[in-house]
Design a protein around this ligand. Structure first.
Ligand SMILES: Nc1ncnc2c1ncn2[C@@H]1O[C@H](COP(=O)(O)OP(=O)(O)OP(=O)(O)O)[C@@H](O)[C@H]1O
Length: 310
């Protein structure tokens, strides 16, 4: 079968229920080759269930899951050696040493990455002789990531790869994921962290109750709807008509409470200059002038009514 042109992951109408809970509810999703797709969603949104169906650990009730062109359950032999899966402590012998574990996993691969390089890149070089049970939670997590990657997979599944890591370790993981993408590896990751999704993902998919509520590139998602706001404080009851004439069409500045002014729309340097020039012209000093760009958190909150954890 010719599978080289297939996307890394393709889900069509996938459904998975656990008793009365529909964890995944008709999900369509495509991870293109050499792309990082981040699946975002609040607790219980169905992220882990989705990833586990792709990994072949959970059987969908309906729909189709294709991984590198194959069915991850019926054709698991064709998929296993080509994907990287981050198992949380799974299969680790508590007494085995970090370096030995990684070397063992590397030995299953025909063309593994250099385990020492991987340990250094993830800041684990001093733990090679440490028994698994003595590693900190964050070290165990980075070792799980190293094990997922050492076999040089074409596609990696990362379920919250940086949860619980400190800032420095998180940065190491981000850099590693970025270098994977540059090497042409496809990545499906789940995260609660907006900065992580914005930093790493080519494509973002926001899910809630097992359904997609929005998708697009990080900049597409943040540009949708209100793009930005400019606020400032000045004397109350200013006549805004001159400002309206000076601004590009579509802007309608208003006084939201006495002395507080608000301008909504795409706030570019030109718009900002127009507002400050108008202030100068009418002899007013605007204070507390602030430009807020719409953040991914705002988009998420609007769509799901919920904050992200973490
Ligand atoms: N094995 C299972 N048995 C019963 N219910 C399950 C099982 N796995 C998941 N669920 C339920 O399915 C829903 C989706 O869970 P899932 O773990 O996929 O969400 P998630 O988005 O990964 O959440 P979190 O961010 O909290 O990890 C939840 O309501 C969860 O309780």
């Amino acid at each position: 079968m010719l599978v080289t042109n297939q996307p890394a992951v393709r889900l069509d109408g996938v459904v998975k229920a656990f008793g009365s809970v529909t964890a995944v509810d008709g999900l369509d999703l495509v991870v293109q080759r050499s792309q990082v797709l981040a699946l975002l969603g609040p607790n219980g949104a169905g992220k882990t269930t989705t990833v586990e169906m792709c990994e072949g650990f959970v059987v969908p009730d309906a729909g189709s899951v294709r991984v590198l062109g194959f069915d991850p359950i019926r054709e698991s032999a064709s998929v296993r050696s080509r994907i990287g899966v981050m198992l949380q402590g799974g299969g680790a012998y508590p007494g085995s040493r970090a370096g030995e574990m990684l070397a063992l996993v590397a030995s299953y691969s025909a063309n593994p990455l250099d385990p020492d390089w991987l340990l250094r890149t993830l800041g684990l070089q001093d733990t090679t002789k440490t028994p698994y049970r003595r590693l900190s939670g964050g070290q165990q997590q980075r070792l799980a990531l190293a094990c997922a990657l050492v076999g040089r997979p074409e596609l990696v599944f990362l379920d919250e790869p940086t949860a619980g890591l400190d800032a420095q370790a998180r940065l190491m993981v981000w850099e590693l994921i970025d270098s994977l993408r540059r090497d042409g590896v496809s990545v499906l990751l789940t995260t609660h962290m907006m900065d992580e999704a914005e930093q790493l993902a080519d494509e973002l998919v926001i899910i809630d109750h097992g359904k997609i509520v929005a998708s697009g590139t990080p900049s597409e998602l943040t540009k949708r709807g209100a793009e930005g706001q400019l606020r400032f404080t000045a004397p109350a009851n200013l006549d805004l008509s001159l400002l309206v004439t000076a601004l590009p069409e579509g802007f309608s500045p208003r006084e939201t409470s006495p002395g507080s002014y608000l301008l909504e729309g795409e706030i570019d340097p030109q718009v900002l200059a127009t507002v400050t020039a108008w202030c100068a012209r009418i002899g007013v000093l605007a204070t507390d002038l602030r430009v807020d760009q719409r953040r991914l958190e705002d988009v998420f909150l609007e769509l799901t009514g919920r904050e992200l954890r973490g």
